[in-house]
Design a protein around this ligand. Structure first.
Ligand SMILES: Cc1cc2nc3c(=O)[nH]c(=O)nc-3n(C[C@H](O)[C@H](O)[C@H](O)COP(=O)(O)OP(=O)(O)OC[C@H]3O[C@@H](n4cnc5c(N)ncnc54)[C@H](O)[C@@H]3O)c2cc1C
Length: 396
């Protein structure tokens, strides 16, 4: 028996759900909007967690996402079960909600290392404000930190912690930081930026175990036996889409671990149910119909907007080129549109040594992604060339 009915049920308190709520009202939707969020805080931006929030230059309030007053927000509440045939959701407070339209945007969870010593004190992961709060408190008396992982989480945290006076080492499996997403040349540039500020970067390395003094981590031991002193560890080793609720509801899970959706972000086989953000594995018209899943903040927001419009009957494909940005303290920054699923050439304009350059990622003569560092280059032009399948400017 349903306790109440809503027109728009938004599951998950991240940017995808928040932006969907904003857009529904901006597009003059008059029905009831209920956002159900598991976290303690109402929706907020996660990027500051490795940047200004970790560095102490931004507060929690700075990162909050403003929602219209007539959007009902339930924090500290989970959707425990979803019946997609009956269009009902059961909440952790036992309420049963009947929905006309629902958005599933449960985001991602950090991947945890499975090696000896992971249960020692002083090993941190970063996803939510609470993670950053405990890292900040724990780091107060600490001088030597090891960041495990070469993605933007490891690299950005290393930069921010260095600005706080810590001595930081980054250990990664790849040769260069951020290489997996942006290639070896950009990876080499990121390494150069980190090293220029005193960070040691150890590539082609495998962390074998953590060792402690008592209950607390004291060393990171690499395969081959090298030992790194570590009073604190930050592990940024990827995320997995949070599809627990989706699986329980019988929704189709794709090869990339996300919830399968069509080009309009409708969940496969579930009327009135939409998917957005880190969990959405969708047919991307921008990528010639390839099935992709992207973990970028602005992409999640853009998908929240598309879903809101489609809930109101637009029937539109999600056709925004995914956008990503990264800041390494105030030392360097870049933006990226893509993602390139594969590429066979990189055309570079500008000056990498100065941190002001553009990289065109090219496959079969066509631009498939573009990276702009230090404000060099025109991201909108990059998007246009990706959509049109144009040649890189240097080859015009
Ligand atoms: C530290 C950090 C730094 C980042 N920096 C950048 C950056 O610089 N640039 C960039 O482009 N991207 C960045 N990202 C990635 C970006 O933040 C994510 O892609 C984005 O937050 C995804 O939004 P989302 O709404 O899909 O999911 P999430 O933000 O993960 O939100 C999903 C929410 O749903 C909740 N939830 C899950 N299950 C349930 C349930 N059953 N019931 C109710 N609620 C539920 C979760 O608790 C979570 O709060 C960063 C991410 C992190 C963690």
């Amino acid at each position: 028996m349903a306790d109440r009915e809503v027109d728009f049920l938004l599951i998950g308190g991240g940017i995808a759900a928040a932006t969907c709520a904003q857009t529904l009202r901006a597009e003059s939707a008059t029905g009831s909007v209920l956002l159900v969020a598991r976290e303690l805080d109402p929706p907020y931006h996660r990027p500051p967690i490795t940047k200004g929030y970790l560095g102490g230059t931004e507060t929690k309030d700075d990162g909050l996402i403003e929602l219209p007053d007539d959007v009902e927000v339930l924090t500290r509440t989970s959707v425990m079960a979803l019946d997609v045939a009956a269009r009902t959701a059961t909440l952790s407070n036992r309420d049963v909600i009947t929905y006309r339209n629902a958005l599933l945007a449960t985001g991602a969870m950090v991947r945890r290392l499975q090696i000896d010593g992971v249960h020692l004190d002083g090993i941190h992961y970063l996803r939510a404000h609470g993670n950053a709060d405990s890292l900040i408190e724990d780091a107060e008396e600490v001088a030597q930190i090891v960041c495990v992982g070469g993605s933007y989480i490891g690299s950005e945290s290393a930069a921010t912690l260095t600005t706080l006076g810590k001595s930081v080492t980054v250990v990664l499996q790849e040769e260069q930081p951020m290489e997996r997403a942006f290639g070896l040349q950009v990876g080499g540039w990121v390494r150069g930026v980190l090293e220029a500020h005193g960070i040691e970067v150890i590539g082609d390395a495998e962390v074998e175990r953590f060792e402690g003094d008592g209950d607390r981590v004291a060393r990171v031991v690499l395969a081959g036996g090298r030992e790194l002193e570590a009073e604190l560890v930050v592990a940024g080793v990827g995320v997995t889409p949070d599809v627990m609720l989706a699986k329980k509801a019988g929704l189709e899970i794709g090869e990339r671990g996300g919830v399968r959706a069509d080009a309009q972000l409708r969940a496969h086989g579930a009327d009135g149910l939409w998917v957005a953000g880190d969990i959405a594995e969708y047919d991307s018209v921008v990528h010639g119909g390839a099935v992709i899943r992207v973990e970028h903040e602005e992409h999640a927001a853009a998908q929240g907007r598309t879903v809101a419009r489609n809930m109101l009957g637009a029937g539109a494909d999600h056709d925004e080129v995914p956008y990503f940005f990264s800041d390494l303290a105030d030392w360097a920054s870049f933006e990226y549109v893509g993602p390139a699923l594969a590429w066979d050439d990189e055309v570079i304009e500008g000056d990498m040594a100065e941190g002001e350059f553009t990289v065109w990622y090219v496959a079969g003569g066509k631009v498939v992604a573009m990276l702009s560092a230090g404000g060099h280059g025109d991201i909108d032009r990059g998007k246009r060339l990706i959509v049109e399948g144009g040649a890189p400017p240097a080859n015009d």
